[in-house]
Design a protein around this ligand. Structure first.
Ligand code: G3P
Length: 223
């Protein structure tokens, strides 16, 4: 389980965060996490997983796992094989990889059984409440229209953060992280002040000229 509040960096398929670059970026993030004592995790693609996992001590998630059992499934991976490979957690239902609710439920329950954390992404308060009923370890609410942009969810949609936290709480006590457009410590601070247990961030780190400095800045908002 992640120590909260946390910063979770999704590497997506950014060139700056894939292949050899994934390892380099992961090492920088690991260094900053150690220096600051902050709780930071990363989410990488399955091809990069082992190279990254072997180079860092921070938790390493996968960005997606298929909701399937073993068998005749070409080009798929499942939670069980992720566990066998040492995956710490999985992002589920990311805005760029949406799933049916039945698949989300399948992944959450399988992951719980084998001991892999689940961070289920949602787009608004009501979907977050629906997902809370499935009992994931974390919910990460990201308004899709703000993803990859320069205005953060905490500045543009603070009410969505508080509404999500309240909606989730009314169903189950599940930590809510938020993301989309998060770029600096001030964005993180606002999110945490509103009750978020951390942030899910991508371009603010992966595309930063100096990822270490960008992460330091984000972490300053956790304190
Ligand atoms: O998974 C995090 C993500 O969707 C947010 O992306 O680039 O807005 O930080 P970004």
């Amino acid at each position: 389980m992640l120590r909260l509040p946390a910063v979770v960096v999704n590497f997506k398929l950014y060139r700056q965060a894939s292949g050899k670059n994934a390892v380099e970026l992961a090492k920088k993030i690991d260094y900053v996490a150690k220096e600051t004592g902050a709780s930071v995790a990363i989410a990488v693609n399955p091809l990069d997983f082992h190279f990254v996992k072997d180079s860092v001590e921070i938790p390493v998630y996968l960005q997606h796992v298929d909701a399937v059992d073993f068998g005749a499934r070409t080009g798929r991976i499942n939670v069980e094989i992720a566990k066998e490979h040492g995956v710490d957690g999985i992002l589920v239902n990311h805005s760029e990889r949406r799933l049916k609710i039945a698949d989300i439920e399948y992944l959450v329950s399988r992951a719980r059984k084998v001991g892999v954390d689940t961070m289920v992404c949602t787009n608004n308060p009501s979907v977050s409440a629906a997902v809370a009923a499935l009992g994931p370890d974390y919910i990460a609410m990201e308004p899709p229209e703000l993803i990859g942009g320069d205005i953060s969810v905490s500045k543009a949609r603070p009410e969505a953060i508080t509404e999500t936290i309240n909606a989730v709480k009314s169903i189950k006590e599940i930590p809510v992280l938020v993301g989309a457009g998060v770029k600096n410590g001030e964005d993180v601070r606002r999110a945490v002040e509103l009750g978020a247990k951390g942030v899910l961030v991508a371009s603010g780190i992966t595309k930063a000229r100096d990822p270490k400095a960008a992460l330091m800045d984000l972490i300053s908002g956790l304190m």
